[in-house]
Design a protein around this ligand. Structure first.
Ligand code: SF4
Ligand code: SF4
Length: 103
């Protein structure tokens, strides 16, 4: 991207990756679960909204149709669920999900 001066604009966005903390998703107590029937880009099948991508402090949500969450690095802060205008993200206890997976 260029501004009017012709200089390339630098992006502030960085990709998540392994750091000193390792796979930080293992710290998570609550998991954000996406309901694609409520998510705007999924429903309209086009790029729209992406407030979850914008606000996620760890950059672990994709800006794609449909958005995807990288649970290896998501820490479960719940900001995405708070910011989603469509109520498409629910924070679910990890223990509940583990129990469901075991059944
Ligand atoms: S819970 Fe937090 S870290 Fe995980 S996807 Fe949502 S905003 Fe990002
Ligand atoms: S903020 Fe909500 S509606 Fe918007 S892209 Fe994310 S999950 Fe979908």
């Amino acid at each position: 991207m260029n501004d009017n001066s012709g200089f390339a604009l630098k992006k502030s966005h960085s990709e998540p990756g392994p750091g000193d903390g390792g796979r930080t998703g293992s710290w998570r107590v609550l998991r954000p679960v996406l309901d694609l029937e409520k998510c705007t880009p999924a429903k309209k099948n086009k790029k729209a909204c992406f407030l979850c991508w914008l606000y996620c402090p760890d950059g672990v949500i994709t800006k794609t149709v449909c958005p995807e969450i990288d649970y290896e690095y998501c820490k479960g802060c719940g900001i995405c669920a708070e910011e989603c205008p469509a109520g498409a993200i629910s924070m679910v206890e990890e223990t509940v999900i583990i129990m469901q997976e075991d059944q």
